[in-house]
Ligand binder design. Structure first.
Ligand code: HEC
Length: 161
């Protein structure tokens, strides 16, 4: 901090306030980014997720209805919160402002599961008070859907990139 203020005093006042604001913004964005980037690492306890269902999953029939019900209010076709839309299979695969939320073939590495499985503190989806959490059966189906997607070898290992 000492070094930063020294650096700032060298610059004009308005500029220093501006850079301070930018620095603060970057720090917040950075912290969020690291948080999500970590979501892809082993730091998340994926053993808390129910195992994937053995069932052959049909997105329209088995997944879409409960996602629409639980998420659509905030994550609609227009982009929605976090620029993440549950409107279609395609929009879910596209991801949100923090990148891909689904890694095809790898439910245990898919940030979407961390949000809905309540593995990320403070980022539980749906947020507290905004509806019931997904049931074990729904989580299990969601995992199966992700695991049964054709693997995309071009998908980045780190979904935040
Ligand atoms: C009451 C509103 C609300 C509901 C309902 C809700 N969300 Fe969210 N969701 C948010 C908000 C707000 C954010 C952005 C939070 C942030 O950036 O810290 C978010 C962020 C996300 C993200 C991260 C997107 C990104 O790239 O940053 C995912 C994934 C997500 N929600 C999935 C879901 C799913 C799946 C459901 C349904 C099971 C759901 N949400 C229900 C409000 C909601």
């Amino acid at each position: 901090m000492v070094m930063i203020s020294k650096y700032l005093t060298k610059m004009g006042r308005p500029a220093s306030y501006l850079s301070l604001a930018i620095a603060a913004g970057l720090a917040v964005a950075g912290a969020l980014w690291v948080n999500i980037a970590n979501a892809a690492d082993a730091e998340v306890d994926t053993s808390k997720l129910p195992p994937a269902s053995e069932k052959k999953v049909d997105f329209a029939k088995d997944i879409q209805p409960f996602l629409k019900k639980a998420c659509q209010d905030c994550h609609d076709a227009g982009g929605g919160a976090g620029n993440f839309s549950v409107d279609s299979e395609k929009s879910i695969l596209k991801g949100g402002e923090h990148g891909k939320m689904v890694i095809p073939g790898k439910s245990a590495k898919s940030p979407l599961m961390y949000y809905v499985g309540h593995l990320l503190k403070g980022k539980e989806m749906p947020p507290e008070g905004a509806g019931d959490p997904l049931t074990k059966e729904q989580l299990s189906l969601l995992r199966a859907w992700i695991d049964q997607l054709p693997k995309d070898d071009k998908a980045p290992k780190d979904p935040a990139k």
